[in-house]
Design a protein around this ligand. Structure first.
Ligand SMILES: [Zn+2]
Ligand SMILES: [Zn+2]
Length: 320
């Protein structure tokens, strides 16, 4: 498989004009792109009420909730992965990086949702009557997720008014998007109060990406007939849950009761894999307490020393 041509263009941060866009790579002459639009846990960083967080005073330390876009430059189709509470800024960023070419609502051909936790779907509120008032914007969701949106306000109003058009997804079954693009949801163990939870394998005819921002544990996934190693083998890049770095992160709280694979433990697990596999990993969905969100922290340096990478908003991956 051909390696993605990543070319850094200095000053590209100016294109975005947002903290979400520092240090991105710009790809030229790429037909299909996967663009990272946010890397934080649901509530973003800094988090509400945490007034000591340095990101309140330094916008370059801010991060938006985890989200990404798939762009087919040839057809003009653009798909969002997650509708986050930061969707306004994220769509602006996407418009600057890969301007809309079609006349569909907001230039978005569809939105894929992993699950019903606030960072992953609450941005749908911007599609309704009080904001964009889109018409039939396709929203791809698993059965429980679709049922939740249909049966509970305010989301049900988006369905009733035809702002969104729900597109059913089935576990482990590829949704074909045309132009040789497909998206396959894989169900994962997570805190499933209102919906099931999935990660997505996003494939072009040449490359594939695993987008898996939330999972309770790699071991528990085996009860679903999957292993992270098997899925990793199928893709070129994998954006994986790294909510917490280790168990020291929430002082005074028993973190054994809090799920999510710790970033440190994930590195220990992936250390057993060949370099080719390890190189695919990009950690994402960092809680505001995770020291890895600060580029110059000792933990970030330790992650780099061990040969692992963190996803950054504005990163662009060519899937040609
Ligand atoms: Zn989340
Ligand atoms: Zn979640």
């Amino acid at each position: 498989m051909r390696r993605a041509a990543l070319k850094f263009v200095s000053g590209a941060a100016l294109i975005c004009g947002l903290s979400a866009c520092n240090g991105e790579d710009v790809i030229q002459n790429c037909e299909v792109e996967f663009i990272i639009l946010g890397t934080a846990q649901d509530a973003g960083s800094p988090q509400i009420g945490n007034n000591d967080d340095p990101a309140w005073k330094d916008r370059f330390l801010k991060s938006h909730a985890t989200s990404a876009a798939l762009v087919n430059h040839q057809s003009g189709a653009r798909y969002l992965f997650e509708a986050t509470p930061d969707m306004r800024e994220q769509l602006y960023t996407l418009d600057m990086l890969a301007p809309p070419k079609t006349d569909v609502a907001l230039g978005i051909s569809g939105i894929f949702l992993t699950h019903a936790h606030i960072g992953h779907y609450a941005g749908l509120m911007f599609l309704g009557h009080e904001s964009a008032g889109t018409k039939d914007l396709p929203v791809y969701a698993m059965p429980r997720m679709a049922g939740y949106l249909t049966q509970n306000g305010p989301w049900s109003q988006l369905v009733d008014f035809g702002n969104i058009s729900l597109q059913p997804l089935s576990a482990s079954k590829a949704a074909e998007l045309g132009g040789s693009l497909s998206v396959t949801p894989y169900q994962v163990p997570h805190r499933d109060e209102f919906s099931e939870t999935v990660g997505f394998e996003i494939a072009s005819s040449h490359k594939a990406v695993l987008f898996l921002p939330d999972i309770d544990s790699w071991d528990e996934w085996e009860n679903y007939g999957q292993t992270i190693e098997t899925r990793l083998a199928e893709v070129d890049y994998a954006f994986l849950d790294a909510t917490f770095y280790d168990d020291k992160e929430l002082p005074g709280r028993d973190m054994s009761a809090i799920p999510h694979p710790r970033l440190k433990d994930s590195m220990d697990r992936f250390d057993k894999l060949p370099k080719l596999e390890r190189d695919k990993v990009r950690f994402i969905h960092l809680n505001h307490t995770n020291p890895a969100r600060f580029e110059n922290s000792d933990i970030s340096k330790e992650i780099a020393r061990r040969g692992y990478k963190l996803a950054k908003a504005g990163q662009r991956y060519c899937l040609d």
